[in-house]
Design a protein around this ligand. Sequence first.
Ligand code: UFG
Length: 325
Amino acid sequence: MSTRVLVTGGAGYIGSHACKALADAGYEPVTYDNMVNGHEELVKWGPLEVGDILDGERLKEVIDKYDPYACMHFAAFALVGESVEDPAKYYRNNVLGTISLLEALREKGINRLIFSSSAAVYGNPVKIPIPDDHPLSPVNPYGETKRVMESVLRDFGAAYGLKSASLRYFNAAGADPDGESGELHHPETHLIPLVLEVAAGKREYITVFGDDYDTPDGTCVRDYIHVTDLADAHVRALERLDEGNVTTAYNLGNGNGFSVLEVIETARKVTGHPIPTEIGPRRAGDPPVLVADSGRIKEELGWVSVYSELETIIEHAWNFFRRDW
Ligand code: UFG
């Protein structure tokens, strides 16, 4: 059997880290990316094939060329706010695009898939930490596209024998500890990179989106997980699919919640810069607290978070941010 893995979105933030983890584990990642949000400089661990997941013919051409035995599917739009403003873009790419990919894989006899899902499938959780079997009730189109695809994967598993694992990421953060990859979003919307831009003097202050939540310091609490720990989970999930016929989903977080103000304070320590803040209004669609119970992946795959300290996560992000200095 080939050791090649088709990695859609492999030129992006999480996808590129997964390519490194795959290469380190002896696989050959083949990146398939439309380069809308991808970066050629992050494709270092295997070939890059430019193409869109909606383009079934191009997908099949690339599959014929490399003969991958499995697919990791990262290619997606992932901004909650944008998904509310332009749901068509999200359903077209994240749902239609993923179905186009699944059909190409099925036609070519590839029956293993690791899917990037999200904590956004839970909406406003009724239990914290959120267990893997918590009801799915997304509150925005982005989360809905992920929930829909998890259902499609289950049905394709039952009908066509597709083996899949959906990984529900909490807040992916940090960068490759060796500095070989990191976060390069344009425009940037995520808290940690924005805070680092302030530390670097590229922005004057960071706006805290609301300080009147029902949380210890009034700001939102999130579960930040190092992108290298996420990448490792993908390889483990793939190896599990090699063993049996499964459709499954796993939470992926550290199980520790940090408030927006705690993140900013930790970034001050790591960078040694003051990082001025301004309190702004709440951002629509932000649940007050999202913290994972990642019990299932720990138990079934022996996954552990290696870089669980927020300080380490921010330090690695900072090192990547300053790489050209
Ligand atoms: N925040 C600020 N100021 C900013 C940016 C963010 O206060 O300038 C706050 C947000 O309100 C939130 C926290 O920082 O409370 C983290 O925000 P991010 O935008 O970094 O991340 P999200 O929690 O909104 O989003 C993440 C993923 C999404 C996923 C979502 C699930 O990036 O893809 O979790 O709810 F959908």
